[in-house]
Design a protein around this ligand. Structure first.
Ligand SMILES: O=C(O)CCC(=O)C(=O)O
Length: 414
């Protein structure tokens, strides 16, 4: 039998497997360094604590197994006590969130949706459309989602991720009891050179009965209520945005464009090196409209001018506002509007202070729906800026690549 030693240098909290040894079950300890020897009959560590150590955060494939395949997630890494991010999490400089590129915080872009029912309807609808045409991001209050529910959603997210890895890992891709529930980490870890500092659970809505049967107990009721209470708001926003384009789209078509709904719970553990990592890399959302609840930690940024080069780009923070929901335009709405509405490029920084949670609902077309620029707009503009695509194909392309700004839209470009 081969015996291996694993050592922890307590002073630096670096864990590493230091090599084979014939020592037997010995534990050597000094105040700064502990070394222990464990049997390796088939290259697996049996003691869970040591196996964490051994899946050394410097060895790429052990790290990948520990975080991605075994479902420990970034939370598992952080709970192991590491004090430096492993190399696999270090982003190339142009993906890091550099304070010099932050151009302030989003102001005067919070709309009171109750005003859509009163004498200020046109003014508010116009302001919403203007936000959609420029930044692609805004915030809303009096949105119809109860404020207590927002608090319960954040608490449910914390409760889900606080569970031991084995409880969450039952929802890993390939073993989850339903394809409608997926727990994971980063975005597409198999394709990413640098991983994102985020764990998530994603729940796709098909019907109430499936949600109650398959979604995780810790969050199913609140997530379902969130979908139900936000549906009317999404419809009203889309009606206002479509009306502003001067075209008629009936309600059944609007329902088709938001018929696929996914509610995610995102967990961003505190990070020892926020300057080197990202919570979510630069990307736009694939769907029609995203509704996002964020907690009070902050860290969500939107790119100000989509055409700015990497050197000149500026990012605006979407500040947490108690009781507000963040809305952003997705690729589908940019395509439908023939480029008039901007699918917003955004990203999330990490922080060493505290863990952050966010709860987006991605409202997207049903997979079989064809999306393309509305014909009236093509006739008016004299050009179709996008081709017609089946949303399932758009989605397949979206999930096949790592986050890279607005490159997802290239799939539909003419
Ligand atoms: O956590 C956030 O604020 C944004 C999350 C996000 O962009 C995403 O899940 O795609």
């Amino acid at each position: 039998m081969t015996w291996w030693s694993a050592s922890i240098d307590v002073s630096e909290s670096k864990w590493s497997v230091t090599g084979a040894s014939e020592g037997r079950g010995a534990i050597l300890a000094t105040p700064r360094k502990i070394t222990t020897f464990v049997p390796m009959p088939d290259n697996t560590f049996t003691n869970p604590v040591l196996s964490q150590m051994a899946s050394s955060f410097n060895d790429e494939s052990s790290l990948f197994n520990f975080v991605v395949k075994d479902g420990n997630g970034v939370k598992g890494l952080v709970d192991s006590g590491l004090t430096e991010v492993p190399a696999r999490y270090i982003q190339p400089p142009h993906h890091r969130i550099n304070k010099q590129h932050v151009a302030g915080s989003l102001e005067n872009m919070t709309f009171d949706l109750s005003e859509l029912d009163g004498p200020n309807h046109d003014q508010v609808a116009k302001a919403i459309a203007h936000a959609a045409e420029t930044l692609g991001f805004f915030q809303v209050v009096n949105h119809g989602v109860p404020l207590e529910l927002l608090e319960s959603l954040k608490a449910a997210a914390h409760k889900f991720f606080a569970q031991p890895a084995e409880k969450k890992a039952v929802y890993l891709k390939g073993v989850s009891p339903s394809p409608m529930v997926k727990y994971g980490t980063s975005f597409v870890p198999e394709k990413e050179n640098a991983l994102e500092w985020k764990d998530y659970v994603s729940m796709t809505y098909t019907n109430d009965a499936d949600a109650i049967e398959f979604w995780p107990n810790e969050c199913k009721e609140v997530a379902l209520e969130y979908i139900k209470t936000s549906t009317e708001m999404v419809k009203r926003l889309l009606q206002a945005l479509v009306a502003n384009l001067g075209v008629k789209v009936d309600d059944s078509k609007l329902a088709e464009l938001t018929g696929l709904r996914m509610v995610n719970m995102n967990f961003y553990p505190s990070c020892p090196n926020p300057e080197l990592t990202v919570g979510v890399g630069r990307h736009s959302d694939m769907g029609t409209l995203t509704v996002l609840l964020q907690d009070g930690i902050g860290g969500l940024y939107v790119k100000k001018d989509e055409n700015a080069s990497l050197e000149n780009e500026e990012w605006i923070e979407i500040p947490p506002i108690d009781g507000a929901l963040v809305i952003n335009i997705g690729d589908t709405l940019q395509i439908l509007s023939n480029g008039r509405y901007k699918s917003a490029e955004h990203r999330v920084r990490t922080t060493s202070v505290e863990s952050r949670v966010s709860v987006p609902i991605f409202n997207a077309p049903m997979p079989a729906v064809k999306i393309g620029p509305l014909p009236e707009l093509v006739a008016r503009d004299g050009v179709a800026r996008y081709r017609e695509v089946i949303f399932q194909e758009y989605m397949n392309n979206f999930f096949a690549k790592s986050h890279d700004g607005k490159k997802s839209l290239d799939f539909a470009s003419t």
